[in-house]
Write a protein that binds this ligand. Structure first.
Ligand code: FAD
Length: 574
């Protein structure tokens, strides 16, 4: 499908027009059809969690109840899922689930949402065509290989997979992709804060009260005298403050079942950002004896855990903890994250080489001002480009969806990958984990494996910056960003100056095909906003990581792709 060399939809002006062929607006409106689904977004909830108490140790996530449904698609196909679960998704189940013939679908974007949607639709008979801006598949999973020696590679985007991400792991297993452990936490790494001497992560954790008072004096100033002595530092304060909110979810699920429990909890807690929650105590009784947090405690948490995005909704913030997505059991593909996307594109599947002739079909017409000669038609389209790009696209996206996607914030993230003559850091910190700093580099990531294995001596260090820090590095000319990164790292590892060989910068907010790292929901958006975006509408379906319960993750990208594919398939059943 990439024989077309660069297939640009939008191009420099980022305008992708798509219109119904019949351009009389009244007729256009009537041809868009909202699909009636059951009320919990567009996701079918199958069953309830068997025993919430047992499950909490492994983590819980909002799409747990959809697991059987989605895994039927992954392990079998859309047809089987429709046969088993059709009536729980579609208001009216129209057939027993048949193969589709003579229908075509355009999928815009070859990231994991677009690829998974096209893959599944092709399996049940659709003629799929994927339109992609870049010369590669995978979108925000991008393994950086060129320019590094000896087969070294680093991840420019996604790099770790939590065990609970059953869709990501489902396709990985299906494709036989080999994984290895990704070491996310290493207590020998460093913490370098505000001109203090660097200390080990272990020291910060074990003597947290002492270091909280030394680095962030006043962190406990809002605590009542009788509580103050029992709180063991900022990390303990954080747990005491957040645990009751999470416990409330467990109680609600036990009491009301998982659907209603999650809905009530999301409705309540998505109204606050992390920062608003920590700064106030008048919203409800939950954990109010530990709130409001003073400025020193908030800053301490932000710096020491490298969490620059406290404007995020509390639900999105806690979702990662509830799902235990940051466990010790994270994994990563041995040959790079891009192997996942590449496995979706097989000769027997994928877009056909022929151009679809506009005159022979009559549903959707794409037109780009920069490539007027490229016109495609199909019976339906799945738009999976990031919302940052989608909002610049003209066309028949319903106004309620448009107004939501306009306001979804995308985080900035920049990685600076630095090849060094030797893995000098291993003597000091070992493998894996992050050093965290209050410097503009934010955090420094150490590889958790030797790849290729010894006797090769070179290795890659990665500066992994978010938000403001990411903007600093990402807006500098690359050579300057690399120089600054090396200079900053020297403050933790003086050897760096002589060890550095070559570097590469991946800044997602200035990446033409992404224009941001991933969506980041602000207060209220988990609720109304997501409901609106998730409403399927024939023949234009929206997908992409942002439109899922696991936004910011591959799991969410695949979930949204499968959702769109499922709703299209359901619509086309006679
Ligand atoms: C820095 C970073 C770290 C991350 N870490 C993790 C992680 O550790 N684990 C994890 O699971 N997830 C992680 N993620 C998230 C994960 O990478 C994304 O959620 C997922 O890859 C998004 O897939 P998608 O298909 O929704 O979007 P994308 O991958 O962005 O796919 C969209 C596609 O649309 C194409 N496109 C854009 N504009 C146009 C146009 N005009 N015409 C045609 N095509 C167009 C793009 O080129 C792209 O291929 C991370 C993301 C980033 C950026």
């Amino acid at each position: 499908m990439f024989s077309r060399s660069k297939l640009v939809i939008g191009g420099l002006r980022k305008v992708l027009c798509f219109k119904q062929v019949n351009r009389h607006s009244s007729q256009r409106k009537s041809s868009l059809k909202r699909i009636e689904t059951h009320p919990i977004f567009s996701c079918p909830y199958i069953g309830t969690l068997p025993n919430i108490q047992d499950d909490t140790s492994k983590g819980i996530q909002q799409d747990d109840d959809c697991k059987k449904f989605y895994m039927t698609i992954v392990n079998e196909d859309l047809k089987s899922a429709y046969k088993k679960y059709g009536s729980s998704v579609c208001a009216e189940k129209k057939s027993i689930g048949e193969k589709v013939t003579g229908k075509s679908v355009l999928v815009v974007g070859a990231g994991l949402s677009g690829l998974s949607a096209a893959f599944e639709l092709e399996k049940v008979g659709y003629n799929t065509q994927i339109l992609e801006l870049q010369h590669r598949v995978g979108g925000r999973t991008q393994t950086l290989r060129n320019g590094f020696s000896d087969g070294l590679h680093a991840e420019g985007g996604a790099m770790r997979i939590p065990p609970n991400h059953y869709l990501t792991n489902g396709y990985i297993e299906k494709f036989g992709i080999l994984l290895r452990q990704f070491c996310n936490y290493n207590e020998n790494t460093w913490l370098l804060i505000d001109g203090h001497d660097k200390i080990r992560t272990k020291e910060w954790k074990e003597e947290n009260r002492m270091y909280s008072s030394k680095y962030f004096p006043g962190w406990d100033s809002n605590l009542a005298a009788n509580t103050r002595s029992s709180v063991n530092g900022i990390l303990d304060l954080y747990e005491r403050t957040m645990q009751p909110v999470m416990d409330e979810l467990f109680s609600l699920i036990t009491e009301k079942g998982s659907q209603d429990g999650w809905n009530e909890w999301v409705e309540k807690w998505s109204k606050l950002s992390v920062e608003e929650f920590l700064r106030t105590n008048d919203n409800c009784d939950t954990s109010s004896s530990y709130r409001p947090w003073p400025e020193a405690a908030i800053r301490g948490l932000q710096v020491a855990t490298y969490s620059p995005a406290f404007g995020t909704s509390l639900v999105e913030h806690l979702r990662d903890e509830l799902g235990k997505w940051w466990t010790d059991n994270l994994q990563t593909p041995i040959d790079g994250m891009d192997t996942i996307a590449k496995n979706f594109i097989k000769p027997q599947f994928g877009t056909k080489e022929q151009t679809i002739d506009l005159s022979k079909k009559n549903n959707i017409w794409f037109e780009s001002p920069n490539c007027t000669d490229r016109t495609y038609t199909a019976d339906a389209v799945i738009l999976t480009v990031p919302l940052t790009i989608l909002r610049q696209i003209e066309g028949d996206i319903p106004e309620d969806q448009r107004s939501v996607l306009r306001n979804i914030h995308y985080r900035a993230s920049t990685k600076v990958v630095l090849q060094c003559k030797s893995r000098f850091w291993e003597k000091e910190v070992g493998q894996g984990g992050f050093s965290k700093t209050s410097l503009p580099i934010g955090q420094l990531h150490y590889p958790s494996h030797n790849d290729p294995p010894p006797p090769n001596e070179r290795g890659l260090l990665v500066v992994y910056a978010w938000e403001q820090d990411a903007l600093i590095f990402g807006s500098q000319p690359h050579a300057e960003a690399i120089d600054s990164a090396v200079r900053e790292i020297t403050k933790i590892h003086p050897e760096m100056k002589n060890e550095f060989e070559v570097g590469m910068v991946q800044a997602w907010f200035s990446d033409n095909a992404a224009q941001g790292a991933h969506s980041c929901l602000q207060p209220y958006q988990n609720n109304d906003g997501m409901k609106t975006l998730m409403k399927p509408e024939h023949p234009i379906y929206l997908a992409g990581e942002a439109i899922s319960y696991s936004n910011g993750w591959i799991q969410g990208a695949i979930e949204s792709g499968l959702n769109a594919a499922y709703h299209l398939y359901s619509y086309d059943q006679k």
